[in-house]
Design a protein around this ligand. Structure first.
Ligand SMILES: [Mg+2]
Length: 122
């Protein structure tokens, strides 16, 4: 069973994404911000995919993505940004930081799952 890391400061968003992913047969690990997510990633090196929000306290999504990409062992983990339209980031910043895909909240379960399957090639 593949492990997915969900990074979001909104408990509601984490719960929703976790529900959708568990229903699709994935294991889920949750982190509340970028700093927490880095710790979870180091303690779970078998994580297959990361879904991250951008706007978060402590460490935002763009900083988190850049830090993940700095590590040789995490260079290839697919990263999906899931964000609301009114955040002050644009897609190009996300892709520049190293994200592979960009989805707008609220995400349809089918869009989230098909994106993960596409990136994990499963
Ligand atoms: Mg947020």
């Amino acid at each position: 069973m593949k492990k997915i890391l969900i990074v979001d400061d909104s408990k509601m968003a984490r719960n929703y994404h976790a529900y959708v992913l568990k229903n699709a047969g994935y294991r889920v690990i949750e982190a509340i911000d970028g700093a927490d997510a880095l710790e979870k990633l180091f303690s779970n090196p078998d994580i297959s995919c990361i879904i991250t929000d951008l706007n978060m306290p402590n460490m935002d999504g763009l900083t988190f993505i850049k830090k993940v990409r700095e590590k040789e062992e995490f260079k290839k983990i697919p990263i999906i940004i899931v964000t609301t339209l009114d955040e002050n980031y644009d897609k190009s910043e996300g892709f520049k930081a190293g994200a592979n895909y960009y989805l707008i909240k609220p995400t349809k379960p089918s869009a989230l799952i098909s994106t993960i399957k596409l990136l994990l090639k499963d």
